[in-house]
Design a binder for this molecule. Structure first.
Ligand code: FAD
Length: 392
């Protein structure tokens, strides 16, 4: 998403020079559907491409199917696995991340699944059959989405996480509880605890040994415990990395020819503050747009507070800003359940919000955060108060 956005924005902003995208998958595709409609089979390969093949031709953007293994920043040369060398006046690293493996015996078994690529989704879907038992380790965003998507296949799903509920930093305690409670209500078997080892027997059944001594048997095991930013190219170029390739607010690394965007990048502000690395779709798009503007010496676009969404069990979750940190939490209820949760920072300004089926509320909250509009906690909590009015 981030690399594609750089290319698209460069053309949109009038750049007429050569643009080359290098990726082992060739034409770039969107990842969020991999745990949602692509996994369900309601969207196909063509449906998840970020643009059709013709679009790249029309835009005169070259796609090279391959993996870069080294970067020589002074000359702008990228060396590919097959020995090819591509040289550019500028190089943008948009390498995303790789799935974190479980650091336990058996965590590195080839048969233990992850979900980052289309091939991963195809492999997972092939396992989803009526009565097949799928164990998902990690009940964060992706684990929960897969649990939900696996149910229509008739699979028996067991969802394992040491936290109960998970996702508090993303959506706050109240919504995290509500969302986690949906799993057993929909027929997912939820296990709270830490796995300590995984083995696979000759029949292909996996056995997950838990710290409690319990063993969980499954036909397939998926691990969804986050990603590790892919920074090897940056490292090969001697660039600074710290859980991401370090860039300034224009997405430029310390080397004037090299930029980094998306999940693999981490911003250090001009005042030296190192921001948390974001791993969301919109952030990938925003950082791609910023890099394109910076590459062309144009004014940098302004982006609002960070935003993400997730879909599970028929509900749509959105979050904006940060729900983690000090301050006051305010809950807005609907039908006796928390529907929007807000965090006010210690100074009383809105710092984060999350909602279930509350896109309007989150959009309004984003405006309130971005403009530092003072808000009355009682009004935030009152479901009769239209948040859009508070955002004006
Ligand atoms: C299953 C799934 C569901 C998701 N759902 C949501 C969601 O609902 N909402 C949301 O906000 N976000 C979601 N995300 C996160 C979102 O997709 C990512 O934040 C976004 O894809 C990041 O874009 P990126 O371009 O930085 O990295 P990526 O999309 O990871 O792309 C990086 C690309 O770089 C390539 N690459 C890596 N190393 C090299 C190399 N050495 N040479 C050449 N190419 C290389 C990789 O093959 C990959 O194609 C989801 C992610 C996944 C995996």
């Amino acid at each position: 998403m981030a690399g594609f956005t750089v290319a698209k924005e460069l053309r949109g902003r009038g750049f007429a020079g050569a643009v080359t995208i290098i990726d082992p998958a060739g034409v770039p595709y969107d990842r969020p559907p991999l745990s949602k409609d692509y996994l369900l089979g309601t969207r196909d390969q063509a449906g998840i491409q970020l643009a059709a093949g013709d679009w790249f031709k029309d835009q005169d953007i070259t796609i090279i199917t391959g993996t870069a293994v080294a970067l020589e920043p002074d000359v702008g040369t990228v060396v590919l696995e097959d020995g090819r060398e591509i040289t550019g006046d500028r190089v943008v690293l948009a390498t995303g991340g790789t799935a974190r493996r479980l650091p336990i015996p058996g965590g590195d078994l080839e048969s233990v699944l992850e979900l980052r690529t289309r091939e991963d989704a195809d492999r997972l879907r092939a396992m989803l059959k009526p009565g097949a038992r799928l164990a998902i380790i990690g009940a964060g965003l992706i684990g929960a989405e897969v649990a939900s998507s696996a149910l229509p296949f008739g699979a028996d799903v067991v969802l394992i996480d040491p936290q109960d509920p998970p996702l508090i930093p993303a959506v706050g305690h109240e919504l995290a509880n509500r969302l986690h409670a949906m799993h057993p209500e929909r027929g997912v078997d939820v296990v709270t605890g830490a796995p300590v080892a995984i083995t696979a027997d000759d029949g292909g059944t996996h056995h997950i040994e838990m710290v409690s001594g319990e063993t969980i048997a499954a036909d397939a095991v998926l691990v969804g415990i986050g990603i590790i930013p892919e920074t090897r190219l940056a490292e090969s170029a001697g660039l600074e990395t710290d859980n991401g390739t370090i860039v300034d607010e224009s997405q430029r690394t310390a080397h004037p020819k090299v930029y980094a965007v998306g999940d693999s990048s981490r911003i250090r502000r001009a005042d030296g503050t190192l921001l948390r690395r974001a791993e969301h779709w919109e952030h990938a798009m925003n950082t791609g747009a910023t890099a394109a503007a910076a590459l062309l010496g144009q004014e940098l676009p302004r982006h609002g507070a960070s935003w993400f969404w997730s879909d599970r069990h028929g509900v749509h979750v959105e979050g904006v800003g940060s729900m983690a940190g000090e301050g006051t939490v305010i809950v807005r209820e609907k039908d006796g359940e928390p529907s929007v949760v807000f965090r006010l920072d210690p100074e009383g300004f809105l710092a984060g919000a999350a909602a279930v089926d509350g896109g309007f509320a989150v959009r309004a909250a984003r405006r309130i955060i971005d403009r530092r509009i003072p808000v009355d906690p009682a009004q935030l909590a009152d479901p009769m108060v239209d948040l859009r009015k508070l955002a004006r």
